[in-house]
Design a protein around this ligand. Structure first.
Ligand code: ADP
Ligand code: MG
Length: 281
C-alpha cells in the first residue's frame, strides 16, 4: 500500500491523540471492518478504474461500521453527472455536455464550444482527459468516441482558459472552511492524451475570496446527506467572466494538502476522533 503524505500525517495525528489508527487497503482480503468504530476512506486512488467493486465495498462496509464519507455520498460523488444536481441548485458549474454510450457525438456541438476538454464522467487524476483547440475538433470527437466505445459516459466542456491563473482547491472539514491551495493547469498541451500527467502541479498556499468560499459552500449544501461531509474539497476555476465556477467536488479520496496546513490537519484529526467516539458510544 502506498502511504501518501496526507495519510502519514493523519494516522500520526490520530495516534498522538490516543486513538488506535490503522491504514488498511480497501480491497484487502478478510478484513473485519466491524472491529473499527469508524472507517475513513483515504488515498483509494484506484477507485475510478474499479468503480463497481469499490461502490459495492462501500455499501457493504457502511452496513458494518460508520463509513466516511457515507456510501450514498461516495456513490453520488463518483460520477461527475452530480454537476447537473449542483446546477439545478443554482451553483455555477463548468457548462457540460454529457454524451451517453450508444449515442453518436455531434461534430457541430464540439465546433460550437470551440476549445474543449473531453473527459470521462467517472475518473480521477486527469486520466483519459485532454483538451483540444477549436481546429482539433475531429481529434476531440475521436477521443469521445474512444471513451463511448468503452461504455463510458463522456463529458465535453469549454476549456476554461483562466485555469492557467490557477485552479483553487478549498478544503472543508465537517462543513467548515479550513484551508485552500492553488494549483497550475494540468492540461498544458492541447491535442495530447497523456495519462502520466501530474494531477496537482505547482501547488501554493492560497487565500480564497469571499465569493469563492460562498460558491464552495453552496456546492456543499447540495450534497445529498443530512450531515456535512467529514471532509470535502471543492475545486474552482474562474470562468471567462471571472466567476468562480465548480470544476469538481471531491468527497471520496481527495488530496487535502495537509502538509503545509497543520491547522487543517488538526481540524481533520479532531473531527475523525469526535466521529469515532460518537460511533463507539
Ligand atoms: N473545462 C476545463 N477547463 C480547463 N481545464 C480543465 C477543464 N476540465 C479539466 N481541466 C483540467 O484537467 C484537470 C482534471 O480534470 P477534473 O475535472 O478535475 O477531473 P479529475 O481531477 O477528477 O481527473 C483539472 O484539474 C484541470 O487542470
Ligand atoms: Mg480534479
Amino acid at each position: 500500500m502506498h502511504w501518501d503524505a496526507d495519510l502519514r500525517l493523519i494516522v500520526q495525528a490520530l495516534r498522538d491523540s490516543g486513538s488506535i489508527a490503522e491504514a488498511v487497503p480497501w480491497d484487502a482480503e478478510a478484513v473485519a471492518w466491524d472491529r473499527f468504530d469508524l472507517v475513513v476512506i483515504r488515498s483509494a486512488w484506484d477507485y475510478a478504474e474499479r468503480i463497481g467493486e469499490f461502490l459495492a465495498w462501500a455499501e457493504t462496509t457502511a452496513r458494518l461500521t460508520r463509513l466516511r464519507n457515507p456510501a450514498t455520498v461516495v456513490c453520488w460523488n463518483s460520477d461527475k453527472r452530480y454537476l447537473l444536481d449542483l446546477a439545478k441548485q443554482g451553483v455555477a458549474v463548468v457548462p457540460t455536455l454529457f454524451i451517453e454510450p450508444g449515442t453518436q457525438p455531434i461534430r457541430g456541438d464540439f465546433e460550437r464550444i470551440g476549445g474543449v476538454v473531453v473527459k470521462p464522467a467517472i475518473s480521477a487524476g486527469a486520466v483519459d482527459t485532454a483538451r483540444y483547440e477549436p481546429h482539433q475538433s475531429a481529434d476531440a470527437m475521436q477521443h469521445a468516441e474512444m471513451l463511448l466505445g468503452q461504455g463510458r459516459v463522456v463529458m465535453v466542456q469549454p476549456y476554461l482558459r483562466l485555469v492557467e491563473e490557477g485552479e483553487r482547491a478549498l478544503v472543508f472539514v465537517s462543513g467548515t472552511f479550513s484551508h485552500a491551495i492553488r494549483k497550475g493547469p494540468v492540461l498544458t498541451e492541447p491535442g495530447v492524451l497523456d495519462n502520466d500527467r501530474v494531477p496537482h502541479p505547482d501547488v501554493a498556499r492560497y487565500t480564497p475570496t469571499a465569493e469563492e468560499v460562498a460558491t464552495a459552500q453552496t456546492a456543499l449544501a447540495a450534497v445529498p446527506s443530512l450531515d456535512p461531509p467529514l471532509f470535502a474539497r471543492v475545486d474552482l476555476v474562474l470562468d471567462d467572466n471571472r466567476i468562480p465556477t465548480v470544476m469538481e467536488l471531491e468527497l471520496i479520496e481527495p488530496n487535502l494538502f495537509l502538509v503545509d496546513n497543520p491547522r487543517g490537519l488538526e481540524r481533520l484529526a479532531g473531527s475523525v476522533f469526535a466521529e469515532a467516539r460518537e460511533a463507539a458510544s
